[in-house]
Design a protein around this ligand. Structure first.
Ligand SMILES: C[S@@+](CC[C@H](N)C(=O)[O-])C[C@H]1O[C@@H](n2cnc3c(N)ncnc32)[C@H](O)[C@@H]1O
Length: 226
């Protein structure tokens, strides 16, 4: 059995059983291999934009003889992903890239769709895309690997766009400073917020700086100024 990092294990913990599952930006294909080998899914796609990573995935598929269960697809984002996929995983990319990939594929907007997203940075871009495009976040989990902190977001489509503020985009509404892994994530987001504010002040961008000041105050009120 493949041993996953905590980051990928956390993503795997969200995946619903017996769905058509695609892991986009798969690289070594460890996640789909784990999902098949642990009986969570029989029909998986391992997709990547580049031949090299897809070759890595091919080696994993061959090593564990998973050819009947995992299809390898060369795809820029969701361009070549079959539309019967209803479990879509994107891990290990920047949040801005994840949001761009999702935004290019209108077909994912259906009520069977479940997204499991693990942005390495800019998780605020992912929450913003989701809220503005009819998805709601049902759960988020933070985790650590080698002292690095990660967040995984689980979202479903409802078709209802939500008006959320910058505070929600940065921190979501599922995490709490009482959990040590959430705390590390909150710290990271808070320091991003603070450095953005300071950058705007230095650049004499008063109007934008005021918006960030309000967000900082909201974060302080929530006890997120860690
Ligand atoms: C850092 S690796 C992450 C691998 C794995 N998902 C994980 O989390 O460990 C990012 C992968 O995404 C792929 N990638 C980047 N942009 C992509 C895109 N637009 N469409 C599909 N794959 C992409 C890269 O080729 C690379 O293999």
């Amino acid at each position: 059995m493949i041993k996953l990092t905590n980051r990928l294990k956390t993503a795997a913990s969200f995946v619903r059983a017996d769905r058509v599952t695609a892991d986009v930006g798969t690289d070594h294909g460890y996640l789909p291999a784990f999902l098949v080998m642990s009986g969570i899914t029989k029909d998986a796609i391992a997709a990547d934009i580049a031949e090299g990573p897809l070759d890595n995935a091919r080696k994993t598929v061959e090593k564990y003889a998973l050819q009947n269960n995992i299809r390898l697809i060369l795809s820029d984002g969701l361009d070549n992903i079959p539309h019967n996929v209803d479990e879509l995983i994107i891990c290990g990319m920047g949040g801005n890239l994840i949001a761009d990939v999702l935004a290019k594929a209108e077909w994912i907007k259906n009520e069977n769709m479940h997204l499991v997203l693990q942005p390495m940075t800019h998780s605020q871009d992912v929450r913003q895309y989701l809220a503005k495009n009819g998805f709601y976040i049902d759960a988020e989990k933070t985790c650590c690997d080698d002292n690095k902190n990660y967040i995984v977001i689980s979202a479903f489509y409802s078709g209802e766009n939500a008006e959320k503020d910058g505070f929600y985009y940065l921190f979501g509404d599922k995490i709490s400073p009482d959990s040590s892994t959430d705390k590390a994530y909150i710290k990271r987001q808070y320091s991003f917020l603070r450095s953005r504010y300071e950058g705007l002040l230095q650049g004499n961008n008063e109007a934008e700086a005021q918006k960030y000041k309000a967000l900082l105050e909201k974060a302080e009120k929530a006890g997120f100024d860690l």
